[in-house]
Each structure stands twice: as structure tokens, then as C-alpha cells.
Design a protein around this ligand. Structure first.
Ligand code: PRX
Length: 563
């Protein structure tokens, strides 16, 4: 499958490219002081593009076009409100909102005062919200009265100010109406200029052990968002771009906010739930030219059938990309047939902050491969000693440190941060892969127990911790079970407490308990009751053995099993 183009552009850039050249695009190249919100929004106004539509928002009941000038003003008003509430540079301000225009105005308002923004996925329930606000010591939260019910305010001593979209002032409770507050403020704001290494955003993500980790990125990351926006997303100023990811996840910020707005395009945001008709209608109505989504979504669209595609005019779509989980060759072939476009896979992680490996528009696509590293970043397959392995040899997928959008710390957890860098000179991703003779990377799997369900990263520990809070559950072990549609589904093995009998009813009740306490996507789709779970002598549940049971494979070394 070739695009008719050759690799020469890519090769040329690869040899000559310097990140310092990208810095010259930005005003801070001279001043040394930066603010990503300025580069995403205000700069376009100053350069005469204020009337251009920045945000084209719609959901089933609301539809709004917001120009760059308006986005500047809205975010300025919000920044002024934060100032009036004495929120300071460096403070963590979380946004727990659906992806509405208020989300994006708040997001840039937080950045404009030099505070650190923490986007929270709208579907999070109490335990997930609490862990994140608590760990980050967030001082302010933007949310709605509905979602506030999931915020255990009494348990969060640092959280002093709550700004409510569609809510009322209540000084005693520290509640402030978003609408009233913003209305009172001036639309002029004097930008807080910060250092390149100043913290910008925290995304919580899961490992195989412990609570979610607060991955911290700094303003300097913008050069990678900007440049990959050009190279990989192929953004030109007249593009209409749609990234389907929620801003609670890193794709929804790096490529749902930063990359498109740094490149000055019109950014389409669609609220509401997934449905094939709704998505195709969104592509058609907005005349989307560049579309970034995920394998599970493409598989669902494929499952919905070609007839649905044929109802819509998708002729404006020029470029399609995917991220988050393995993209099946079959889906690429189907995409070529119905969209008449190749779906370009990309690889990166919350921790890498931006795209590291990609299929460029002008590259030959090898279906099943994630592509090749972007210029300016050296990704490789290495062994345990950090030696680069020859082609077609499986090993650790690693990236040579540093690069601009690499995370700068794990919030409040320097030990966890160090774990990624145990092989000197390398960031070790936790993925296994191999490279072919031409440098294309082929994903093989995860080295740890992290679950990837529908492209959402779930830590088994977080789910297990919730499960054992249920009165019937004595012990729980959670694994990812291969699934055609979702990549993996969450499967829980559970040993019940005395007095509880296994039943289908109980399975449903336990699944609902996780759904309402943690998040719908973290709830096990399958539960199997066992009399006892395999544990090490020190009492740790051996997920490896659970996986072997599930797949009917040999369980490997059992010398540490308790009996
Ligand atoms: O296992 C890899 C998988 O998703 C993980 C990163 O998840 P997260 O931090 O949530 O970021 C997702 C989107 C940036 C990786 O360690 N992954 C990501 N992209 C791909 C992938 N697996 C296979 N193919 C990909 N293209």
C-alpha cells in the first residue's frame, strides 16, 4: 500500500531537523518568557485572525461558533475571575466539565494566570475524582452542580474555591457562579508570562500498581504539539479539524487543544455520545478535513456497516489518524474502501506528551505498523542494558531522553518518575515492539498489567481497590481479556466473603458498584468467582496466573505461589 510519494521529505527532515528552529516561530524566542494560551489564542488575534472560527461546538441541543477573538475574551474574563478569587500562579485548578465551550474558556483562563490545569474526565465518579484532587492538592475546581455531587468536598482540605457552570454563588461554601463571575470581569487581561519549564498541565494515568499518577507537562512541550500538528496531522491554516478524544485524556488536550490551536485551525468539538450517524453527520456538517480518532471507534464504525457511511458526504475529509491501541490492518483496508483514505496510525503515551512514532501523510503505510519516529526524537528497541537491538528483534520500546514534550515529573511522586528512567539515557515505555529493516515499529504488547480497553488506560489496582470495598468481595484480581471490538475488556476474578453465594445477580451488583463508584469504563465487563485467588507468599495476587487461566496457557514459574 503506497501513497505514491516517497520517503525523501521525511528522510531530509530527519537529518537536518533541530527543535531550536521550531522555537523561532514563537515570540518567546526573543523574550524567553512564554504562555501557551497566548500562542494558542491571543497571538492569532494579534496577527489579524481574530474573526476566524476557533471553536465550532455542537451537541444534540446546542450549537455555537466561537471566534479566536471571542475565545480570547472569554478566557480573559475567566482568568480575571480566578485572580479575583486569589488563585495564584502554580496553583492546581481542575476542570470537571463536559466538553462544552465553558471547558475551553476555563482551560485557557487557568493557563493565562500561570496556574496548572487538571482536566478530569466527565465520566469519573467519586473515588476517581477524590484521588486526583487530593494527590494534586487542587485549590480550585470548575464544575457543574450535577457533577459536584461526585466531589467529596469534605475530604479535600485544599479545595477552597468551586466555580459552578450553571450554578449559584454561595460564599460560605466557597461556591461561585461561573456566569455571574465571568460577566463581571473585564475582557482585558494582562498575561502571566512564565518560564519555558513552568508546569502547564497534569494528566492522571494508570500503572499496574498504586494509585493513578499525575503526569506533569510544561509549557515548552508546545513546540512538539505545534510541529507534530504540521508533520503528522498535516494541519494547514484553512483546515477544519476534529479530534474525537475527551480532554480528560491526553489526546484530547495535546491534539484536541494545543496542536490545532497552535496551528490556528478551526477546531470542531462535538459533545454528546458516540453514534455512527452522529459522527458522520459531524464530519459532513462541519466539512471536517482532518480527523483524529481511535481504533475502537473505527471498529465500531466498521461494525455499523458501509450503508451508514454512504448516507453522508465525507468528501472534505483529507487525512485520518488513529491512536491509543493497536490499529488492525483490516480496519485500514476497510477505511480505504469506504472513506477512500488510509487511516494513519500514531504511537505515543500520556508520559511522552506528544506523538513519537507516526505514519506521515507522505509515507508508505504498512498496515499493522505504528510507523516511524518523528524527526528530533530517537525511538528504539532496546534490551535490558540499553543496547539497541537489530531489526525484527522484540524488546523494550524506548525513547532517548530528553525531547520537548516529555513529562517533567510525576506529581508528588519522584520515585515513580525514576522508574521510567532506570536504563540510563532512555525513557522505557512499558510497551514491547520490534522494528523492521526500514525502521517501522510493530507493537507487540504491554510489559506490565496495564489494561487498554477501548483505548482507555485502566490500572488494575484502582479497579481491585474499588472491588474489595464491596461487602461481598474478599479478594479481587483484575486483568485485560482480549476482545475483538474493544482491544481488551476488564475481567475480574473474585473470591467471595463467607456467607455470600455466587450468582449472576451478584455479578451485576458488583459491576454496578464499580461503575457508580469509580467510572463506567473501569467497571469489569466479566466477573468470575473463584474459591481462592493465586497469591505470592507475601500476599500479592498473581495476575500473571489469572491471565494464564483466562487464555488457557501455562502459568509459568509458580515458585512464589503461596500453596
Ligand atoms: O500501550 C500503548 C498504547 O497506549 C499506551 C498509552 O496509553 P495512554 O497514556 O493512555 O495514551 C494513549 C494515547 C496517547 C501505550 O503505552 N498505545 C498507544 N498508541 C498505540 C498503542 N498501542 C498500539 N498502537 C498504538 N498506535
Amino acid at each position: 500500500m503506497t501513497t505514491g510519494n516517497n520517503l525523501s521529505d521525511y528522510e531530509k527532515e530527519k537529518d537536518t531537523f533541530q527543535w531550536s528552529d521550531v522555537e523561532k516561530v514563537f515570540s518567546w524566542h526573543q523574550t524567553g518568557k512564554v504562555n501557551v494560551a497566548y500562542e494558542c489564542v491571543d497571538r492569532h488575534v494579534e496577527e489579524g485572525r481574530g474573526d476566524k472560527i476557533a471553536l465550532s461546538y455542537s451537541d444534540p441541543v446546542r450549537s455555537e461558533n466561537i471566534t479566536y477573538e471571542q475565545l480570547k475574551q472569554h478566557s480573559n474574563r475567566f482568568a480575571n475571575l480566578l485572580k479575583r478569587l486569589h488563585i495564584e500562579k502554580g496553583d492546581r485548578v481542575f476542570i470537571f466539565l463536559p466538553r462544552t465551550p465553558e471547558f475551553y474558556a476555563s482551560f485557557f483562563g487557568v493557563l493565562k494566570i500561570g496556574a496548572v490545569v487538571g482536566p478530569l474526565f466527565e465520566a469519573f465518579m467519586t473515588a476517581a475524582v477524590q484521588d486526583r484532587l487530593d494527590n494534586s492538592e487542587a485549590v480550585a475546581l470548575v464544575t457543574t452542580p450535577q457533577l459536584l455531587k461526585r466531589v467529596p468536598v469534605d475530604q479535600l482540605p485544599h479545595l477552597k474555591k468551586i466555580i459552578l457552570v450553571g450554578g449559584e454563588d454561595n460564599q460560605q461554601l466557597g461556591h461561585y457562579s461561573f456566569e455571574k463571575g465571568v460577566f463581571q470581569e473585564s475582557s482585558d487581561f494582562s498575561m502571566e508570562w512564565v518560564d519555558l519549564e513552568h508546569p502547564m498541565i497534569i494528566h492522571y494515568t494508570s500503572g499496574s500498581t498504586g494509585k493513578p499518577k499525575g503526569v506533569l507537562h510544561v509549557h515548552h512541550a508546545m513546540i512538539q504539539h505545534y510541529q507534530t500538528g504540521k508533520w503528522v496531522l498535516d494541519l494547514n491554516s484553512d483546515d477544519i479539524y476534529w479530534c474525537t478524544a475527551d480532554p480528560g485524556w491526553v489526546t484530547g488536550t495535546s491534539y484536541g487543544i494545543f496542536a490545532p490551536w497552535l496551528n490556528g485551525v478551526t477546531n470542531v468539538i462535538r459533545g454528546g455520545r458516540f453514534s455512527p450517524d452522529d459522527w458522520y453527520q459531524t464530519l459532513e456538517t462541519n466539512k471536517v478535513t482532518v480527523w483524529y480518532s481511535a481504533p475502537t471507534a473505527f471498529r465500531m464504525l466498521m461494525g455499523a456497516g458501509d450503508e451508514v457511511v454512504e448516507k453522508y458526504d465525507l468528501s472534505n475529509v483529507r487525512h485520518i489518524m488513529s491512536v491509543g491501541e493497536p490499529l488492525n490492518p483490516e480496519v485500514i483496508r476497510w477505511g480505504l474502501q469506504v472513506y477512500k483514505k488510509r487511516i494513519h496510525d500514531t504511537w505515543w503515551m500520556t508520559e511522552t506528551g506528544g506523538i513519537v512514532i507516526a505514519n506521515y501523510p507522505q509515507m508508505e503505510i504498512r498496515p499493522g505498523s505504528m510507523g516511524r519516529p518523528i524527526p528530533g526524537v530517537h525511538a528504539a528497541i532496546i534490551d535490558d542494558n540499553g543496547l539497541e537491538l537489530p531489526p525484527n528483534t522484540m524488546g523494550h520500546l524506548a525513547v532517548k531522553t530528553p525531547w520537548p514534550s516529555l513529562m517533567r515529573s510525576i506529581w508528588n511522586n519522584p520515585e515513580k518518575y525514576k522508574e521510567y528512567f532506570q536504563i540510563p539515557g532512555w525513557y522505557v515505555s512499558g510497551d514491547t515492539a520490534y522494528q523492521d529493516e526500514d525502521g517501522y515499529f510493530w507493537f507487540q504488547g504491554r510489559e506490565d498489567d496495564v489494561i487498554n480497553t477501548s483505548g482507555e488506560r485502566v490500572g488494575p489496582f484502582e479497579v481491585e481497590s474499588k472491588l474489595v470495598e464491596h461487602p461481598a468481595v474478599a479478594e479481587a484480581g483484575v486483568i485485560g481479556k482480549p476482545d475483538e471490538l474493544r482491544g481488551q475488556i476488564i475481567k475480574a476474578f473474585i473470591a467471595l466473603r463467607d456467607g455470600y453465594a455466587p450468582s449472576e445477580e451478584l455479578k451485576k451488583e458488583i459491576a454496578a458498584f464499580v461503575k457508580s463508584g469509580l467510572a463506567a469504563h473501569a467497571s469489569p465487563r466479566e466477573i468470575e468467582f473463584k474459591d481462592k485467588l493465586p497469591k505470592t507468599r507475601s500476599g500479592k495476587i498473581m495476575r500473571r496466573v489469572l491471565k494464564a487461566w483466562e487464555l488457557g496457557l501455562p502459568a509459568g514459574d509458580l515458585s512464589t505461589l503461596e500453596d
